[in-house]
Write a protein that binds this ligand. Structure first.
Ligand code: NAP
Length: 278
């Protein structure tokens, strides 16, 4: 179902490249254009027919009907005012940043036809080489409208994600950041800290359990530093809650309190098993 003539992706990396592939697969537009930092990224994207044309220069965005900002969050903020000067009236803009309060409040002042998106899909890898439309299969996307959001941007972006087979839910940017601080940012912080806590000499013996628990510790450092600092208050709260849970289990271990330990593990097991059926 064609929704746009020309879709432009700014930041043809893991998420931007995967979105371009998914948009092409679902025939959502006539032309796909890309903007990236390195020429090699754009050449890879063109060679693999992920985009039709690409440039390191944002002037290529001038005829786009939809612009998707898919660079790391701080770069989105820096590029936005420059992009505003290039795009045509009526061009719809969204972003895919993993933090929303800071980004939405900045972008909605710049673009009249804007709504924030956050696809809950991805990988611990970065870059166009790892892009794959399949990451959006059975996934959710959170849209973060505000009082300022144009109806047309909300309508078209909802249609866009649904056309990719993605389930759409809406939240305020603030709610988004609170929820994500627990279900995404805290797990990353704990995976990074877990890797930090293990002595090097024991890593040779790390097996399935350790690898499952720490997979996301291999995420991109620059991107994750931006995400964590961009949601500082909520993350400090979720980390505080996690510390309380650690104190609870530590106290059961110290006290040889088998009953308390079983209660903690039983509750964790039941809640984790419920996740499998969702
Ligand atoms: P990524 O693979 O590193 O992609 C980022 C892209 O932005 C790269 O193509 C990079 O270009 C480009 N870029 C960086 N600075 C630029 C600049 N100044 N001008 C133009 N292009 C620039 O990262 P990602 O994982 O796709 O993350 C992108 C966004 O998606 C972030 O905002 C992140 O919060 C969000 N997100 C990520 C995930 C995830 O699981 N990774 C999930 C949901 C949302 P080059 O490759 O040419 O250097």
């Amino acid at each position: 179902m064609k929704l746009f003539e020309k879709i432009a992706i700014v930041g043809t990396g893991l998420i931007g490249g995967s979105l371009a592939q998914a948009a092409r697969k679902n025939k959502l537009c006539d032309r796909l254009i890309g903007v990236s930092r390195h020429k090699a990224t754009l050449e890879f994207a063109k060679r693999h027919k992920i985009i039709d044309s690409g440039s390191q220069d944002i002037s290529i965005l001038k005829d786009a009907d939809l612009v998707i900002l898919a660079t790391p969050p701080q770069t989105i903020k820096i590029l936005a005012p420059k992009i505003k000067k290039i795009i045509k009236n009526g061009c719809i803009v969204t972003d895919v940043a993993s933090i929303k309060s800071e980004i939405v409040s900045s972008l909605e002042k710049i673009f009249p036809d804007y709504i924030g998106s956050h696809p809950l899909a991805g990988l611990e890898k970065r870059g166009i080489q790892n892009a794959n439309a399949r990451i959006f299969n059975d996934s959710l996307c959170i849209l973060t409208p505000t009082k300022k959001t144009s109806l047309e941007a909300g309508r078209k972006i909802k249609l866009f994600w649904r056309a990719l087979g993605v389930e759409v839910i809406t939240m305020t940017p603030k709610e988004h950041d609170k929820v994500l601080s627990f279900v995404s940012h805290l797990p990353h912080v704990s995976a990074f800290s877990l890797m930090d806590a293990i002595p090097d000499k024991f890593l040779d013996f790390a097996a399935g359990g350790f690898k499952d628990t720490t997979r996301i510790a291999a995420s991109d450092p620059e991107l994750w530093a931006e995400i964590i600092l961009g949601n500082q208050k909520d993350i400090l709260y979720s980390v505080g809650q996690f510390k309380k849970s650690l104190r609870k289990i530590t106290s059961a271990i110290r006290g040889q309190n088998k009953k308390a330990l079983i209660a903690i593990i039983k509750s964790a097991k039941e809640r984790r098993e419920k996740l499998n059926s969702l």
